[in-house]
Write a protein that binds this ligand. Structure first.
Ligand code: MRU
Length: 381
């Protein structure tokens, strides 16, 4: 089991999800409280983990994959402890429990494929340890959850290194959306990894963070983590982005992704599509940074990606405050689809992928993933 709160990927930034100190729970940073307070929560059951994912206390595609993997492993651990008192493992008891937990976790947030990818890996680890005894089976699922977290950290680092290819040596001002930084991953982030890496190498870089209505991940989380690490950050509302580009204040757009289809269509935080259209209009490069766990080869194109719809109250909350918005409707898709033809390149842990995307995506998915893991561990289910 990796230790409670391993050293952060970047000094000064908190680890969003880890095991608790006693190894009996999951410890998360409550991201709904940032930037007001840094409050950590102890999640003692799979139900609590599912609730934290649903309510965005832990969020960002890679981080929810890690939280769900650890949550599943925790469920197996708890069940094994109960069974240990009885006369051994009744046939399939651990699998049955894990099946129920899987369903619960997968229903939380349907768009990010990392959640399905990570939980499938833990389920497979349990299957493969069949017949090994309770202790060995628990060790196998915990090991797999830890491998997912460690591999994500390494993939983020590699995204940062490969991303330098698209950052001009004389420096740049990048526009990003939502939060695809350290708070959203097990490492230094995806879209923000090239920013952090450039900064560490002395390349002048600053960031415009779009506010990201309705839950303000850009204004609250991206701004917070960049300011903490000493990188210049300026918040803009989404409505200001066109003016920003028209004035020539942005050199490139860098966003993350929740799921990318085999043809390169991108599901990411709602608002991403608008940025991509504006970037094309203004002749700016539009880059999508992601680990290989965010590609979904089973989705031929974007129409096959489920888009999460959230409570309309999230949209009306800020404007109406405590007042009852009677007679007023709101639409609240959490993500949108950016067609592949608007993407300049993908920055992945396997390198910078250029069009034609079906071929470059297939190539990176077929290559050996980073970390001390077998190739099959890097593939999507
Ligand atoms: O609803 P959220 O905050 O989980 O949405 C997060 C995003 O859209 C990120 O851009 C994406 O998950 C990539 S995180 C590295």
């Amino acid at each position: 089991m990796i230790p409670h709160l391993p050293p952060p990927a970047l000094p000064g930034l908190p680890v969003p999800v880890s095991w608790s100190e006693d190894g009996e729970a999951i410890d998360i940073l409550d991201q709904t409280r940032l930037p007001v307070e840094e409050r950590r929560l102890r999640l003692e059951s799979v139900v609590a983990v599912a609730d934290a994912i649903r309510t965005l206390r832990v969020r960002g595609a890679p981080a929810i994959g890690i939280a769900a993997a650890m949550g599943l492993a925790l469920g197996v651990k708890r069940r094994a402890a109960q069974l240990a008192g009885s006369s051994g493992e009744p046939d399939g008891a651990l699998e049955e429990g894990l099946g129920r937990d899987l369903e619960l976790l997968r229903a939380t947030r349907p768009t990010a494929v990392n959640l399905a990818w990570a939980t499938e890996r833990v389920a497979r680890a349990l299957r493969e340890a069949e017949g090994g005894g309770l202790a060995a089976r628990v060790a196998a699922v915990v090991r797999e959850a830890d491998a997912i977290a460690l591999q994500d950290r390494e993939m983020c680092r590699l995204i940062g290194v490969h991303g330098l290819e698209v950052i001009p040596a004389e420096g740049a001002c990048a526009l990003t959306h939502c939060n695809a930084g350290a708070l959203a991953t097990g490492g230094m982030g995806t879209a923000l990894a090239p920013v952090y890496t450039a900064h560490a190498r002395g390349i002048p870089i600053s960031v415009f963070a779009s506010e990201t209505r309705p839950l303000l991940q850009g204004a609250r989380l991206t701004a917070w983590e960049l300011a903490r690490t000493g990188i210049g950050v300026t918040v803009v509302t989404e409505g200001m982005v066109g003016a920003l580009m028209a004035r020539g204040l942005v050199g490139l757009v860098l966003v993350g992704a929740d799921r990318v289809a085999a043809n390169g269509d991108v599901a990411n935080k709602v608002g991403t599509y608008g940025l991509a259209v504006l970037a094309r209009h203004h002749g700016l490069p539009f880059y999508v940074a992601l680990p290989r766990s965010t590609f979904d080869p089973a989705a031929p194109s974007g129409v096959h990606i489920p888009i999460e719809e959230r409570d309309p109250a999230e949209v009306l909350g800020v404007a109406w405050g405590g007042a009852e918005p009677s007679g007023v409707g709101a639409w609240n898709p959490a993500f949108d689809l950016t067609p592949a033809h608007l993407v300049t390149a993908f920055i992945s842990d396997g390198g910078v992928l250029r069009p034609p995307f079906p071929a470059s995506i297939a190539r990176v998915l077929a290559a050996t993933p980073p970390g001390p893991l077998t190739p099959r561990h890097g593939r999507n289910p």
